[in-house]
Design a protein around this ligand. Structure first.
Ligand SMILES: [Zn+2]
Length: 392
């Protein structure tokens, strides 16, 4: 990537102004004669190196210029920033480290350079160094909010959730904005770690804290239900999953199969039937329809299930419903039509695969699995399930 003309112009203007070149021409008494004489030529030499794609030589020149005149700090910050944006992190680090070493910097200039250097380290994957710089800035309340945001980014990437929570709380205090839903997600991450480590009590504790931070946290309800079901406490599991209906019914489909299994473990077929029917009536949704069709098939046979699906398809046409209908017919089909039905079902299956997934409401990213943090825009709680193009 080359420096564009626009970039160069942008660098040129403030530096020329800051150099006092013009001022010195108007009034020689305002500036030391040496800086006025040397600065522009050194500066244009640096620009020339940049234009000729010799950035290291350009950096040498600019660093020398800085020694002559500390008013060029802004331009060095801009230059370092430019290198980082171009992915030339080592060069950015060199410029920013050199800046910080200047004894003439004032407090604001120094903290700005530290903030930039921290971002260089972050981009270079040197998380420990970046963390130390941002912690220092946050401690002295210099660029506090930005430093805290970068720290959160580091702790998320490193999966250090306790520290992420503490940082998020500080940021909430500093900005006066609540980040309760994000804090709840961090607690859910801790709960999942505890489940993996077979620490059931720990997991319960974290889920409780997630729900204390954000009553609307669907993920906490999903996790709690799974944890209870894992321990054979199916009644409690169902209670936890039922909360999703009030939190965000879009996610009910995520637990439809698990709920059915827990109702069945309790021998409560009626309870399952009643719940699914009420949920389908209230919120619609393919996943609930399919779960209910399976129950009807078990209780009243294929004919009743078929009738139910056909009726539903009339109101809400969907490829999922169609596929299920074909499945039902396949069980009783004559050999003569069987192959055709199998082919049709496979084609529809392919269609479904293409259409089913999760979409980020923030940036539009689509994925096949549910991420609580969007892999693209990194926003939490933005991915929603969708079927056939529409949100389910
Ligand atoms: Zn996104």
């Amino acid at each position: 990537m080359e420096l564009g003309a626009h970039d160069l112009l942008w660098l040129l203007l403030p530096l020329a102004a800051a150099s006092g070149w013009w001022v010195a021409r108007l009034d020689h008494r305002l500036r030391p004669a040496k800086a006025a004489r040397d600065f522009p030529s050194a500066y244009f030499k640096g620009l020339n190196f940049l234009l000729n794609e010799q950035p290291d030589k350009a950096i040498e020149v600019f660093i020398k210029v800085l020694e002559v005149d500390s008013e060029t700090v802004e331009t060095h910050l801009a230059l370092g920033n430019l290198f980082r944006r171009r992915g030339e992190v080592e060069r950015a680090i060199r410029i920013h480290q050199n800046l910080i070493a200047r004894p003439t910097l004032d407090k604001e200039q120094r903290s700005q350079a530290l903030l930039e250097l921290g971002q260089d380290y972050l981009k270079a994957g040197l998380f420990d160094r970046a963390e130390n710089l941002f912690l220092e800035l946050a401690e002295y309340r210099l660029h506090n909010q930005q430093a805290l945001r970068f720290l959160m980014q580091i702790y998320q990437q490193e999966k250090e959730w306790e520290q992420a929570i503490a940082t998020c709380r500080k940021l909430a205090r500093a900005t006066g904005t609540a980040f309760d839903d994000v804090i709840a997600q961090y607690y859910c991450e801790l709960a999942e770690q505890a489940v993996t480590a077979k620490d059931v009590n720990g997991a319960h504790g974290f889920i409780k804290q997630a729900l204390a931070a954000d009553r609307q946290c669907v993920r906490a309800s999903i996790l709690l239900g799974r944890l209870e079901a894992m321990q054979g406490r199916h009644r409690e599991a169902i209670k936890a999953w039922k909360r999703i209906e009030e939190q965000d019914a879009h996610y009910l489909g995520e637990v439809a199969d698990q709920m059915a299994a827990s109702f069945q473990a309790l021998g409560d077929e009626d309870g399952l039937y009643d719940f699914l029917q009420a949920a389908l009536q209230a919120h619609g949704g393919v996943a609930m329809m399919l779960a209910l069709a399976a129950v009807i098939k078990q209780r009243q046979g294929i004919g009743a299930a078929e009738e139910f699906v056909v009726d539903w398809l009339h109101r809400e046409p969907s490829v999922h419903g169609l596929q299920y209908l074909i499945d039902l017919n396949l069980a009783e089909a004559d050999l003569s039509v069987r192959d055709d039905l199998v082919l049709l079902r496979d084609i529809i299956g392919e269609l479904i695969e293409q259409q089913r997934g999760y979409i980020c409401r923030q940036c539009g990213f689509k994925g096949k699995s549910l991420h609580w943090q969007c892999p693209s825009c990194k926003r939490w709680n933005a991915m929603k399930p969708f079927f056939g193009g529409a949100l389910d």
